[in-house]
Write a protein that binds this ligand. Structure first.
Ligand code: BGC
Length: 768
């Protein structure tokens, strides 16, 4: 691989000698003037350098492989450099040795934390708490910025309605309204008011657009999405990110309606630029430019560069040495411009946007990073504290029969705990995918968290019981290291028996089951939602012992837990809760925190129900029809748990749903109010959710659509009024009949309640 990398990099280190006075990048000029001044001095090759972004993997590359290219102004950005000394080293070459002294932009995937790992994005969305999401991403930004990373490839805002798709873990789930609120919160968290200010990063919304709709849930596979579904479902989180000021966007890998997203002028020019007025720059996904050839779309690499660049991709992300399709811009764009196939204006346009971003984040004024400050920023105890709070607030209590939870500390019936399962003592899996810059040793496993909680008075013992592994190894094993060797047949039998014996000898069993971190994420699609390996068998065997069993799930997507849902009294969905996950799980299990998270996805009974999501349209033969029902004859059509669902250790009631006016004119807004009361004996959080349904109009609308939510904390017995605004923006949709945005006069059903099946309802009439 190294040889290939070197061969490809030769392309970027061809020397040329043009000596002019450097642009004075400091001073009072406006960004525009500074950019103009630079552009006027740049050669075509230097401009092409700015649109060239390369991966730098310290695992198998050396600085000497990229430094000549930086010196010659042939690289505008590097990704995956996270060592501050190396960042300063490369930056010095750019700003002190290159002709125009343009600083490099260092990018990295800061997805759910950097040094301090927060819960995975799907978990953060389960908190239904945009303020928390914003705070978590601002901490992640500060830690990444501390080492010199200035740009994150986040937020990932792809709507995902197919849990077979591994990257469902990286987003906010199935719903455009929740997705939009979480997307905007992440942009605010990363960028703050101004991405140049201390501790902030430039954000990048991805993957534009429709990546979550890959056929069969297979990663990278083609998506076919109607315009109505695109505008109403897949695009709103991107639009929200743009409205929140996101500085960049990443084009997706896959084919959208037969035109690859990276060569898709409809997406990149019509929607993004013309309809939304997006001013930032667009980067491709890794090698997605050259892969326009692989898609059967571009003729060759030069044509791929032409098609992506003219469609609107400003910068190309390349994996040099790994793919032959890499560096299409670096190898072809100069010639394309010289031949006049790509206009100089288009090149200037792309370079202008990239330089503008570099100016706006303060890179010209402050290109270096202060290495002496890294440790203090990374070791801020407040970051770990917030990671723990975030994990507590992200967890979803799925079942709690007979109020089995919380466990009580000091209860003589809890004097020994068996912690069982392949994920129970794993520091790697508690963190989840996209954790590439932390210290895995600092993560707290469930076993450790429980021991921390109960101290020495309670015996906490652990047995993995079963071994789980992917059939196809993960590409991320390169980064995180391979798993230990698979167990022998004899070991499998011995470990299973050991776990069962441990359970038999303990008062309470905490089963920690689910997925390894590399079983979700990129290139991690799965055909079923079954618990891998013999986990279900282990659960069934242990449950047969008659001990109290709590099931804790560590996973990046809904799984088939139908058996557990009717046989295990307490089930806690912890997702991959991050570095403080073990402590946070212990907090919840022992009632030091009360669960209040809600599902951001519909939870299927099995993969056979996919696609399944709550905001579907009505059918003429619903389940209530006399016959010829739209349903499966062999399994229920309803999900195991609905979108928005989650229990607490207390109970809540909703009442007094009302609207400020029962009838409004098109374009007017009303308020929707409801009272929420904590009817239990302890404080807790409820997420009040507003859903609407338009009864008739220019097109059919979903049975329910989320249009408002608020997470509130109520003391025992306390009652609060929640208030939502419903107006034009909530009632307008893209109609395939009208081929555009419409607000229909119609009657609307409204519901406010605890999940997407909330019964409390009223109506609203919208008239001309
Ligand atoms: C992923 C992107 C990511 C990029 C850089 C790609 O494989 O699809 O989400 O930002 O790699 O790491």
């Amino acid at each position: 691989m190294r040889a290939k990398v070197a061969t490809c990099l030769v392309i970027v280190i061809v020397l040329f000698d043009l000596r002019v006075a450097p642009v004075k990048a400091h001073g009072p000029q406006s960004v525009d003037r500074r950019v103009d001044q630079l552009l006027s001095q740049m050669t075509i090759e230097e401009k092409v350098g700015q649109v060239n972004q390369l991966f730098y993997f310290r695992q198998f590359m050396q600085p000497e492989m990229v430094e000549p290219g930086i010196r010659e102004g042939k690289i505008g950005s590097l990704l995956f450099v996270t060592d501050p000394a190396t960042i300063n080293r490369f930056q010095k070459v750019a700003v002190e040795q290159s002709r125009l002294k343009i600083p490099l932009l260092f990018g990295f995937d800061v997805i759910h934390g950097f040094r301090t790992v927060f819960p995975v994005p799907l978990a953060m969305a389960s908190s239904w708490d945009p303020a928390l999401v914003e705070q978590a991403q601002s901490i992640a930004a500060s830690e990444a910025r501390a080492v010199g990373v200035r740009w994150t490839f986040a937020p990932m805002v792809d709507i995902a309605r197919d849990p077979r798709w591994g990257r469902i873990v990286e987003g906010a789930g199935e719903d455009p309204f929740l997705g939009a609120r979480i997307a905007a919160a992440q942009v605010r968290g990363f960028q703050g008011q101004d991405p140049s200010s201390a501790g902030r990063l430039l954000a990048c919304m991805k993957h534009f657009a429709g990546y979550g709709a890959g056929t069969g849930g297979r990663d990278y596979d083609s998506a076919y999405i109607s315009d109505a579904e695109l505008y109403n479902v897949y695009l709103p989180p991107f639009k929200a990110a743009v409205d929140a000021g996101v500085g960049s966007a990443m084009s997706a890998y896959m084919n959208l309606n037969d035109v690859p997203a990276t060569g898709n002028a409809f997406l990149l020019s019509d929607v993004l630029r013309r309809q939304w007025g997006f001013k930032g720059f667009v980067v491709s996904d890794a090698d997605s430019v050259g892969n326009l050839v692989t898609h059967g779309f571009a003729e060759d690499k030069a044509d791929a560069a032409y098609r992506a660049f003219t469609a609107g991709v400003d910068m190309e992300m390349s994996l040099p040495g790994i793919n032959t399709v890499s560096m299409a811009y670096a190898t072809s764009l100069t010639k394309l411009v010289q031949e006049g196939r790509v206009t100089k204006e288009r090149l200037d346009d792309a370079v202008r946007r990239i330089l503008e971003a570099k100016f706006k984040i303060g890179l010209f004024d402050n290109p270096y990073v202060d290495e002496s400050r890294v440790a203090a920023i990374h070791n801020n105890p407040e970051h770990r504290r917030l990671a723990r709070v975030a994990a507590q607030r992200s967890m979803v209590l799925l079942r709690n029969e007979g109020n089995m939870l919380p466990l009580v500390k000091g209860d003589p019936k809890v004097s020994s705990i068996a912690v069982i399962g392949p994920l129970a003592d794993s520091k790697r899996d508690i963190r989840g995918p996209w954790t590439l810059a932390d210290d895995p040793k600092s993560a707290v496993s469930v076993v450790e968290g429980l021991r921390n909680k109960v101290g020495s008075s309670v015996r906490v013992e652990y047995a993995p019981g079963v071994d789980i592994r992917r059939v196809y190894p993960s590409i991320f094993d390169i980064m995180s290291g391979p798993r230990p060797a698979a167990w022998s047949e004899a070991q499998k039998v011995a470990e299973f028996d050991k776990a069962v014996s441990l359970a038999r000898a303990s008062d309470v069993v905490v089963m920690v089951l689910g997925l390894h971190e590399e079983m979700s994420g990129e290139a991690a699609s799965q055909s079923t939602l079954d618990l891998p390996g013999r986990q279900l068998e282990l659960l069934q065997t242990v449950s047969g012992l008659g001990k109290p069993v709590v099931l804790v799930l560590i996973n990046g997507r809904p799984l088939d837990i139908s058996w557990a849902a009717s046989n295990i009294s307490a089930i806690l969905e912890a997702w991959h809760p991050g570095a403080e996950g073990g402590n946070a799980i212990a907090d919840i299990l022992f009632g030091d925190a009360t669960p209040g998270g809600k599902l951001p996805v519909t939870w299927p009974r099995s993969a056979a129900q996919i696609p399944i999501y709550y905001a579907r349209n009505l059918t003429q033969q619903p389940e209530s029809a006399r016959d010829f029902k739209s349903r499966y004859w062999d399994i229920p059509t309803s999900p195991l748990y609905p979108f928005g669902y989650g229990l607490s250790y207390t109970t809540f009631s909703f009442s007094n749903l009302r609207v400020s006016k029962p009838e409004v004119k098109l374009g007017e807004s009303i308020e929707v109010l409801a009272d929420v009361q904590n009817t239990g004996k302890r404080a807790g959080d409820e997420v009040a959710q507003l859903y609407i349904h338009q009864r008739y109009g220019s097109a059919s609308r979903p049975v329910r659509e989320l249009k408002g939510f608020e997470r509130i904390t109520l003391a025992a017995g306390e009652k609060k009024t929640v208030r939502f605004t419903l107006g034009k923006s909530e009632l307008t949709y893209w109609s395939s009949a009208a081929k555009g945005w419409v607000q229909d006069p119609s009657t609307f059903d409204l519901w406010v309640g605890a999940d997407s099946t909330a019964p409390l309802t009223t109506t609203l009439k919208v008239v001309r």
